[in-house]
Design a protein around this ligand. Structure first.
Ligand code: HEC
Ligand SMILES: [Cu+2]
Length: 324
């Protein structure tokens, strides 16, 4: 496990856990290996040249030397062209291989990921409208099943990158890009926006949680349910405060009148590992701090500070934390 704990997740291109990342990494190793060999060869030739120049203080400049130089430089240019073409084919076949992993999927899971400044909206598609649901900054996928991500953006260009699972793919408004991935080992993999998208670009993270199919199915069933009704006076008061304030202009909680679309869906916010796009572990303290003053954590974030009486703030926190 990561020393920072599970909420941080794993984050390394050197540890591919699916066919997409693995193929990309193999191509990467070939490129690194060939480039290292070329680098060593250049240094060896340089050393020989220096030694040669030292020995022959007054180098002969006959036609024979000239011809040898032309041959050596010609061979080097030829080798460069061959290597670059080899890389071109390597790239082409790697990309084709990646497309095939997706094409073989009989029943892929389709997830729409929409980039916003500076968080990720995640919507699970289904032919039945009632079975669709939205969450934020946390993408659950079943281990071993190919997943098709449809990538959209509402504002500027973002780039979706989970190093352990796949290469980067840009989200370019108003187009839809597609990225396939498959996780072959359960785990929590951290992703990151990889295209500068404004003030809080560096704080636009997300988690991909790859879990066994039964656990994934249970998670989906829970996500499809409406937000839990408050079960005690404190959470009841919290819900009333939430529904009576500006929160509902921007946030949705399914099963309540709140259906704002500016910020993340909060129907099951209590069950998420992080807050504000991977920036804070989801604890009550962080939740309270975030709601009171998001600008302190993420200056420029599209959520205004909220001036709530301490009792109201604690109640809202209790209510949101109960939305598992
Ligand atoms: C003007 C729109 C707006 C209002 C009003 C607003 N929010 Fe937000 N909220 C956002 C946006 C946008 C984000 C995402 C910020 C980010 O991560 O960059 C967010 C994020 C959050 C998150 C973190 C969700 C997650 O999954 O990480 C919580 C919790 C939250 N808001 C609660 C509230 C509460 C409670 C209120 C009312 C007291 C409120 N918000 C009012 C827009 C708003
Ligand atoms: Cu970004």
């Amino acid at each position: 496990m990561n020393p920072l704990g599970d909420w941080f997740g794993r984050h390394s291109v050197l540890d591919p856990v699916g066919p997409h990342a693995a193929r990309t990494m193999s191509a990467g190793w070939i490129v690194i290996g060939v480039c290292a060999a070329v680098y060593v060869a250049v240094l060896v030739v340089l050393a020989l040249a220096i030694r040669h120049a030292r020995r022959a203080a007054a180098p002969e400049r006959g036609p024979e030397t000239h011809r040898r130089h032309v041959r050596v430089v010609g061979a080097a240019v030829g080798a460069t062209i061959v290597i670059l073409f080899a890389f071109l084919f390597l790239d082409f076949f790697t990309s084709r291989g990646l497309a095939e992993v997706g094409a073989g999927a009989s029943r892929p899971l389709t997830i729409v990921v929409t980039g916003h400044q500076w968080w990720w909206q995640v919507t699970y598609e289904d032919t039945a409208v009632s079975a669709r649901f939205s969450t934020a900054n946390e993408i659950h996928i079943p281990v071993g099943r190919p997943v098709m991500l449809k990538l959209l953006s509402r504002d500027v260009i973002h780039s979706f990158w989970v190093p352990n699972l796949a290469g980067k793919r840009d989200l370019i408004p108003p187009y839809t890009n597609v990225l396939w991935l498959r996780a072959d080992r359960p785990g929590i993999y951290r992703g990151q926006c990889a295209e500068f998208c404004g003030l809080q670009h560096a704080k636009m993270d997300f988690l991909v949680v790859a879990e066994p199919p039964e656990r994934f199915a249970a998670w989906v069933a829970n996500q499809r349910s409406p937000g839990r009704s408050p079960a005690d006076p404190v959470t009841r008061h919290g819900q009333a405060v939430f529904l009576g304030s500006a929160c509902i202009l921007c946030h949705t909680i399914v099963g309540t009148p709140a259906n704002g679309r500016v910020g993340p869906d909060l129907t099951h916010v209590g069950g998420r590992a992080t807050l504000a796009a991977g920036v804070l572990p989801n604890t009550r303290g962080n939740l309270a701090g975030w709601i009171a003053d998001p600008q302190r954590v993420k200056p420029g974030a599209k959520m205004p500070p909220n001036i709530l009486a301490p009792r109201d703030l604690q109640a809202v926190v209790a209510y949101l934390a109960s939305l598992q």
